[in-house]
Write a protein that binds this ligand. Structure first.
Ligand SMILES: Cc1cc2nc3c(=O)[nH]c(=O)nc-3n(C[C@H](O)[C@H](O)[C@H](O)COP(=O)(O)OP(=O)(O)OC[C@H]3O[C@@H](n4cnc5c(N)ncnc54)[C@H](O)[C@@H]3O)c2cc1C
Length: 805
């Protein structure tokens, strides 16, 4: 062990070993892994070690495919067998809803190039003769499903890393972490102190404790998980070759062949946590006592689906613990608020994701960029609220129990709610609001006006709540809609250096005082880092508005690029709230309340300023996402309820309705407007997304300028377009493929029904040539091919006259 390393990785499970390997592969020397006991001594040694490429988040699915592809390479490089078995696997459907869901999911995986395909019951039973076909409607075959030997895979990473010069230091617990004034870390270990430029927390079951050593409380908690392994089964002894894996989604079980028997794992609906704070330091390679009564309901379903298990001898039971985060995805990347402290933990699927976590973390450390859109596993996707014990228990239990349950796009799950509400919450509830949750905050999705007993059915199709959404859309187009903007993020940037700094940070020109602009923010690679609006309140005072759930992510980026002096950044997201009033009557509604005439003279389109609204002093910006004359009105949080009530009272006689996020989504699709995480994301360049028109290439240097210029000159391979789809009853969903002439030529980013224009609409990235010279397209909606056409312009008010009114 040396006294100084560039990087110390804490933890020698599958994740830490992969991080070490990828750092060494990137050519970084002076990197070490410090392990408390032996390699694999946490969750890793007793994992079933199954893997698959399937994930609801397409970016993570692509990274899982990378992990799987790495196993053969790492075996060859290290000379250590990883015990790879990849017979593929079937996810089976035994209900019509699941079958429909699988057909849609299969189309999405085709977009990702994962090569999944649908399979008939006959095929499934022929390939997996131990499956009882009763009620089986079909399945999806993923050729990339299989399992490895967890010991072999972890050691293969470690051996290969060592050969490339990395150190692996075993039986040496990290006992304390102290940040030094120069940003390096003093890492105290049982064998003595180390100075490290960077520390990576890959401590698995202990990651919450290790985080606390550095002063951060990570939202991770261990939970118990069972599987059993049978003795040899006659049906498998009689077979040549390995049986594919089977996941019975309705049955809560997964099964993989193990020698001539099987391993059956259970995601029970009544899960149990274990050591919420993380394992004790002296916890050895021990199993937890089996809790068979608790998992019996799901086991019995498994024994019906695989009847031969009723007679099988059980060779071993495993009940072990591994960590979960509220959404089940890992925590990866630079921990916001700390310098040089990185997360690579919270990973419940180490054998599908471990390789990828190593890759992105090494990219990030070496190049300052993860190399892919990994927001779905970024440690910055959570705020401090998520580390509350009860919140963590409720959300992780919800995730675990629903691991195999269909996630409907219109379903709002109950765990950890309500946690944060805006002051207008009670008034909205009284008006029939049905809430969703954005980063812990309750946000109206729609208002079931006048129908307090209304219950929305979870559905992959247009739901029974669409009539409320339609009414809100029509009210906004005809009169006005009022939307709570409590789930927008707001930052104030001020000081003598604010202008120069923002000019470098943002790709757009900065607006003059009293005006605002759409401001793409780019990474040095030219990829998108933000779709902010910037308002200039005075010469040295600016507001940036963005998506609420990106706060930690934005702030980490701002602070990484913040000059030492002359600029103050203040997060106003919780202290200033407001609402967005839009529609042709919006100005009339404000006329009775505002101290000034808010006509185009005082407040033109893209103007901003401070105005009195009734008794309130508000910041008002003339902008809307609905395509109507719109005002975003923001007040100190304590005044938002009064603002809401004033606007409702003044607007209702003119036809104003409170509206929710679903109406806004329909309205913005009618205008072809993109939003973050759908059309705009770090996977896309400004040129692809059409945001390059907001870039000012004539100003001085800004982050990403060179790359964005080159991308604009070369022209993007794909471009964002608006499609009209011949779909009834259901609309396209993100990542569904777009075909032309039988070839996959793009993918959907958002789909929905335009209630005013009466069209099923989708925004999609398609090959550039087809964006310029469109052809007939086909989009599979819920797996059913539907004709689609490119719309050369937005179907609603293409010149934007209403917004500028
Ligand atoms: C029963 C069961 C079945 C599973 N099945 C699957 C499956 O089929 N597929 C799948 O992908 N995943 C499965 N998993 C989950 C999988 O085991 C985990 O995702 C994975 O092992 C996590 O690896 P890790 O490296 O993050 O953490 P861990 O394996 O917990 O490793 C963390 C390491 O850090 C070390 N450490 C902690 N603190 C310190 C310190 N202070 N100083 C030094 N070292 C420290 C520990 O000793 C440990 O070795 C299963 C888990 C269980 C329990």
């Amino acid at each position: 062990m040396k006294s100084h390393y560039r990087v110390v990785v804490i933890g020698g499970g599958i994740v830490g070993a992969s991080v070490l390997y990828h750092l060494a592969r990137r050519g970084w020397s002076e990197v070490a892994l410090v392990e408390r006991a032996e390699l694999t001594a946490g969750s890793t040694w007793h994992a079933a070690a199954g893997f698959h490429a399937l994930n609801d988040d397409p970016n993570i699915a692509a990274l899982q495919a990378y992990t799987i592809g790495l196993y053969r390479d790492i075996e060859a490089e290290s000379g250590q067998s990883v015990g790879l078995h990849m017979p593929g696997g079937y996810s089976i459907a035994t209900s019509p809803a699941r079958w429909e869901w699988l057909k849609g999911a299969c189309a999405v995986y085709q977009t990702l190039g994962i090569g999944a395909r649908l399979a008939t019951p006959k095929e499934i039973v022929a390939q997996c003769p131990i499956v009882d076909p009763a009620g089986l409607l079909g399945g999806m075959f993923d050729p990339h499903e299989g399992a490895v030997d967890p010991h072999g895979a972890t050691h293969a990473f470690a051996i290969a890393a060592r050969r490339r010069g990395a150190d692996v230091i075993l039986r040496n617990r990290v006992t304390a972490l102290t940040q030094l004034p120069d940003g390096q870390w003093r890492v105290d270990t049982e064998l003595g102190p180390i100075t490290a430029e960077h520390v990576v927390n890959a401590a698995g079951l202990w990651a919450r404790r290790v985080g606390r050593m550095a002063g951060v409380d990570l939202p991770i908690t261990p939970m118990q998980h069972h599987y059993l392994v049978t003795e040899d089964l006659p049906a498998l002894l009689a077979r040549d070759g390995e049986m594919p894996c089977v996941t019975d989604l309705e049955g809560f079980t997964y099964l993989q062949q193990e020698r001539h028997g099987v391993l059956l794992g259970v995601y029970e609906r009544n899960p149990r946590h274990w050591k919420t704070e993380g394992a004790e330091w002296d916890y050895g390679m021990e199993l937890l006592p089996e809790d068979i009564d608790r998992i019996l309901p799901e086991l019995l379903i498994g024994f019906e689906r695989f009847p031969c298990l009723k007679q099988a001898g059980i060779r071993k039971w495993v009940n072990g613990a591994f960590t979960f985060t509220p959404d089940g995805n890992p925590l990866v990347g630079p921990v916001p608020g700390l310098r040089n402290f990185w997360a690579a933990c919270g990973c419940m699927s180490g054998f599908s994701q471990g390789g990828a976590i190593g890759l992105v973390l090494a990219n990030w450390l070496v190049e300052g960029d993860p190399g892919a859109d990994i927001f779905g596993m970024d440690v910055a996707r959570y705020g401090a609220f998520a580390s509350n014990d009860r919140y963590l228990r409720e959300t992780t239990a919800q995730f675990y129990a629903r691991r195999f349950v269909i996630a409907y796009p219109n379903e709002e799950l109950p765990a950890g709610r309500p946690l944060k509400t805006t002051p207008a919450y009670d008034a909205q509830q009284a008006a029939g609001a049905r809430f969703g949750v954005v980063w812990g905050t309750e946000s109206p999705q729609y208002f079931a006006a006048g129908e307090p007993a209304f219950v929305e059915e979870p559905s992959l199709r247009r739901s029974n709540a669409e009539r409320f959404v339609q009414a809100e859309v029509q009210a906004t187009r005809a009169a006005a809609g009022l939307l709570d903007t409590g789930v927008y993020a707001r930052y104030e940037v001020r000081g003598p250096g604010a202008e120069a700094w923002l000019d470098h940070l943002l790709a757009s020109a900065l607006p003059p005082v009293g005006r605002l602009r759409l401001a793409p923010m780019l990474a040095p690679t030219g990829k998108l880092m933000g779709d902010l609006t910037v308002s200039r309140l005075s010469a040295e005072r600016f507001w940036l508005i963005g998506s609420y759930y990106l706060q930690q992510w934005h702030l980490r980026w701002f602070h990484d690029h913040q000059p030492r002096s002359g600029v103050t950044i203040e997060n106003l997201s919780e202290s200033w709230l407001g609402c967005s009033l839009s529609g042709p009557r919006a100005r009339d509604i404000l006329a009775g309340l505002a101290d000034a005439d808010l006509g185009s003279g005082a407040l033109p389109f893209l103007g901003c300023g401070a105005f009195d609204i009734g008794p309130l002093r508000a910041q008002i910006a003339r902008i809307s996402l609905t395509g109507e004359l719109g005002y975003e009105i923001t007040v100190p949080a304590a005044q938002q309820r009064v603002l809401w009530n004033l606007l409702i009272a003044a607007g209702a006689p003119m036809g104003l309705r409170p509206i929710g996020m679903r109406a806004q989504d329909s309205l913005r699709l009618e205008k072809g407007y993109g939003i973050w995480s759908r059309e705009f994301a770090p996977s896309y360049s400004a040129a692809m997304a059409g945001l390059d028109r907001f870039i000012d290439f004539t100003k001085g240097d800004f982050i990403g300028r060179g790359a964005a210029l080159a991308q604009r000159e070369a022209g993007p391979d794909q471009r964002l377009v608006l499609l009209e789809i011949d779909a009834t009853g259901a609309d396209a969903r993100p990542m569904e493929p777009v075909f032309a002439d039988g070839q996959r030529v793009g993918f959907v980013t958002s789909g929905g029904y335009g209630h005013h224009v009466g069209l099923s609409l989708a925004l999609a990235y398609v090959e550039r040539a087809l964006a310029d010279a469109p052809v007939p397209f086909t989009v599979p909606v819920l797996g059913e091919p539907r004709p689609a056409r490119l719309l050369p312009q937005a179907p609603y008010d293409p010149p934007g006259l209403r917004m500028r009114a």
